[in-house]
Design a protein around this ligand. Structure first.
Ligand code: NAI
Length: 774
């Protein structure tokens, strides 16, 4: 679909390098160019170093080793002619108009007509960038504003000029959407576009008011975080994350570029403490600390926060304000509270939400663009207009009146309405003309949340639900806490299978939680063990095995569609599906050993089968168990769907969807394609090495123990795992059946769950979220 087969990124700094890596993640070859350093022998040194940095970046910039090979480093002098072969050229050089314009002239001289050229500028208007350039260049030029880090931030702001060819915008937008997985938000050609303009307004106000009202940084962050669906870093934590040193630049450029009467200007304040912090290198996490720091003096690790009045550090004290805790249920009450936290909330958020309303139509055509920009650019749970709907426009208007602030006309229009509503099963938004319009999803986007607006589940219990996607496809959704797997899910899987078999064509397993599934519900397992109900635990292990086997051998195709984490039992469900359509950001692994057990729902069996048939492995019974042992004993988790293929958690034939919103439609299409002439798989017997193989694996674990990498209990777990993977205590002359491996899994699991060290690990994960290394 996309006509972009080769791209170039010019400027190999933070953003350019990240954008190049992400274009490579989409499977497209990309040229990364930077200047020739003065007097350098290696003329492409800057871009080459950037690629080296990308390979070490944390979180990873590349999704796989394969994508890393697609980036070719070069320089803007020797490799300029190669731009003629590119379909899209992204400029990400320093934020200087003269430098950018000089570069555009060079690009224009070599590019082929029709090649899209875009700038990653964060502040310079398109009109200024293209001034004096050729007509052809202006036709093909647009702004594509990525967020840092480009792989992970879903927002892409696009700005086009009056002369930009709509076909060019459509081509780049489609590529960004489908291949790069971005949500494209169309912005007007105004300073800071949407997210940075509104986000900076909010941050500056939130910082300034915290000083003015005498709040501590912890108090301010507790108000500016959870109650409003904003990440818990709040504002000071966020500044530490992005770097305090960036703020004066962003603030300065917006201050200069925006009109004098723009409400933004009132947020500009000189705060001496922040100036001093920047001067002394207290610029946040990348510096010596920021508003928060970890004090390691004397070998300790003390979390500290800065005192805004004195500028000295003191021990961090989590704020526990009753009005903030109550706001989880009713955010409006927090805005009405007369306490300092309440006054802070209203002073910052009422003004920020009003500014959002000013930005329609100044910076964006509609509320959807602004909400998308803040949700995806700043990770807000709700966009500003969704927040207004939660608070109620009349309450917000009253708050603004109370502060003597002007009320935007658009907000007045919504006085007796909401910005969003559902009408005839469609989500609609309010326009400035007072008319509601449907939110139109692009073709190929299918969301369960949209289906739920009108439909009822066809099956449901307290842990899962089943939805009809139409065309003969049912969708199985986990609804339990963190999508953890429990008896309810196992039971409903059985019922759903029967329903598909009787009346439908295929089953898709999918949900819209932030993680597909974190694995089995450990809380329930621990509870059962604590009352010594081991029989119940064993029954659940067996029931899970049966349910997963039934999925695998069902008379209809099962397609799983994970996004986020798919761990333990969540991974095992993928392993038993006929096909997987995974979101590119899927983190898949069998992590059971971390909590002192082993994969007991067929994970060992399926991984052995996959590795046994790998033509790249040496022949014989040992290589497959060794590979699986290496991965499972270390609880390896893939850092992307592409990497999951390297580990064989996914098959080569499994699909990867870059755009989260397109995952369900892709999975459904895959299920329907498989449903044509569907034949269930045949069981595969395994050739396993028996006890001699187990001894070899145990010796490997022992050597890790000697080097201090594996703990004492790791050896116990590794030994149980080795026994399963090598086929148990008997020497096998005959191949081992699936049923035999499943039995070994069950026995190994039960042996481990009866140990105190395993229970201590489970308890630790439940209490602290961290595995215990006992
Ligand atoms: P940076 O300073 O990390 O990298 C800029 C790179 O451009 C340097 O490697 C420099 O050698 C190179 N360069 C300078 N002149 C050049 C020329 N004539 N030809 C080729 N290369 C040249 O800058 P950063 O942060 O990556 O920013 C790049 C652009 O992206 C800027 O326009 C910035 O406003 C924008 N931006 C930055 C974001 C951020 O978070 N850093 C976020 C979004 C946009």
């Amino acid at each position: 679909m996309s006509e972009i087969r080769k791209a170039a990124v010019i400027g190999a700094g933070v953003m350019g390098a990240g954008i190049a890596a992400h274009i490579a993640n989409a499977g497209v070859e990309v040229l990364l160019l930077d200047i020739v350093p003065e007097g350098a022998t290696n003329r492409s040194a800057i871009a080459e170093k950037a690629v080296e940095r990308l390979l070490k970046a944390e979180p990873a910039a590349f999704m796989s080793k394969r994508s890393a090979k697609l980036v070719k480093a070069g320089n803007i002098e020797d490799d300029l002619p190669a731009l003629a072969e590119c379909d899209w050229i992204v400029e990400a050089v320093v934020e200087r108009l003269d430098v950018k314009q000089a570069l555009y002239r060079k690009i224009d001289a070599v590019r082929k007509p029709g090649t899209a050229v875009s700038s990653n500028t964060s502040t310079i208007p398109l009109a200024a960038l293209t001034e004096g350039l050729s007509d052809g260049f202006r036709r093909d030029f647009l702004i594509t504003h990525f967020f840092n880090p480009p792989r992970y931030m879903r927002l892409l702001e696009i700005v086009s000029g009056p002369e930009t060819d709509p076909a060019t915008v459509a081509r780049v937008s489609a590529f960004a959407d489908v291949k790069l997985g971005k949500t494209v938000v169309t912005c007007k050609d105004t300073p800071g576009f949407i997210a940075n303009r509104l986000g900076t307004y909010w941050m500056q106000l939130a910082v300034g008011e915290a000083f003015a009202l005498g709040l501590t940084v912890e108090e301010a962050d507790s108000v500016m975080g959870r109650p409003f669906g904003i990440p818990k870093t709040g504002v000071f934590g966020l500044l530490d994350l992005v770097g305090l040193d960036l703020m004066p630049h962003v603030q300065g450029s917006l201050e200069r570029a925006l009109p004098k009467d723009d409400p933004f200007q009132k947020t500009v304040r000189d705060i001496p403490l922040i100036r001093t912090m920047i001067e002394t290198g207290l610029i946040g996490r990348k510096g010596k600390g920021g508003f928060y720091r970890l004090n390691r003096e004397g070998g300790g690790k003390v979390k500290e926060a800065i005192d805004l009045a004195s500028g000295s550090y003191r021990r961090e004290e989590k704020a526990r304000l009753p009005e903030v805790e109550a706001a989880a249920k009713n955010v409006g009450a927090l805005l009405g509270a007369t306490t300092p936290a309440g006054r802070y909330a209203v002073s910052v958020m009422a003004r920020t939400l009003a500014y959002a309303a000013w930005l329609v139509p100044a910076a964006a055509d509609d509320v959807v663009a602004i909400d998308d920009a803040m949700r995806l650019g700043y990770n807000w749970k709700w966009g500003p207009f969704e927040l207004i709907d939660r608070i109620g426009a009349p309450a917000l208007i009253a708050a603004l009146d109370g502060m003597g602030e002007p009320v935007p006309e658009f907000l007045t229009l919504a006085r007796d309405k909401t910005f969003y509503r559902v009408e005839n099963g469609k989500r609609q938004y309010l326009g400035r003309d007072g008319i509601y319009r449907d939110i139109v999803r692009p073709e190929g986007v299918l969301l369960l949340s949209d289906i739920k607006l009108t439909a009822q589940p066809v099956l449901k219990n307290s842990s899962a639900a089943v939805w009809d996607l139409g065309d003969g496809v049912l969708c199985f959704e986990f609804t339990s806490k963190s999508n953890s797997l429990d008896e309810g899910i196992i039971t409903l899987l059985g019922k759903a299978s029967k329903l598909v078999k009787d009346k439908h064509k295929a089953l898709v397993i999918y949900n819209e939680g932030s993680n597909f599934s974190v694995g089995a519900n450990l809380g329930l397992a621990l509870f059962a063990c604590n009352i010594a109900a081991f029989g119940e635990v064993e029954k659940l292990v067996a029931a899970g095995q049966q349910a997963y086997q039934a999925l695998k051998y069902a008379t209809f195709p099962v397609v799983s569609a994970p996004a986020g984490m798919a761990l333990g039992g969540g991974c095992e469900i993928l392993l038993h599906s006929d096909a997987v359509q995974a979101h590119a950001e899927s983190y898949i692994g069998l992590v059971e050993c971390g909590v002192g057990v082993l994969p007991g729902w067929g994970g060992c069996k399926e991984m052995l089968t996959r590795w046994q048939t790998d033509p790249a492995l040496p022949k014989g019974p040992m290589p497959a168990p060794s590979k699986v042992f290496e991965m499972v004993s270390t609880a390896t988790v893939s850092k992307s769907a592409a990497e999951a293929k390297e580990y064989k958690f996914l098959r080569e034939s499994d699909g990867i969807t870059m755009n989260r919103d397109r995952l369900l439609a892709d999975a459904k299409a895959k299920a329907l394609a498989l449903a044509e002439n569907y034949v269930p798989p045949k069981p595969v017997d395994l050739t396993l090495p028996g006890p001699s193989g187990r001894v070899a694996l145990e010796m490997a674990a022992e050597s890790f123990h000697k080097r201090g990498i594996a703990t004492k209990h790791d050896l116990v777990v590794a030994s149980a795992l080795a026994e399963v993977l090598t086929g148990g205590p008997a020497d096998h002359i005959q191949p081992v059946t699936e049923a035999q491996v499943l039995e070994l899994e069950r026995a190994g699991f039960m042996k481990l769950i009866r140990t105190n060290a395993t229970l201590a690990r489970i308890e630790s994960v439940l209490e602290t979220g961290r595995p215990l290394r006992n």
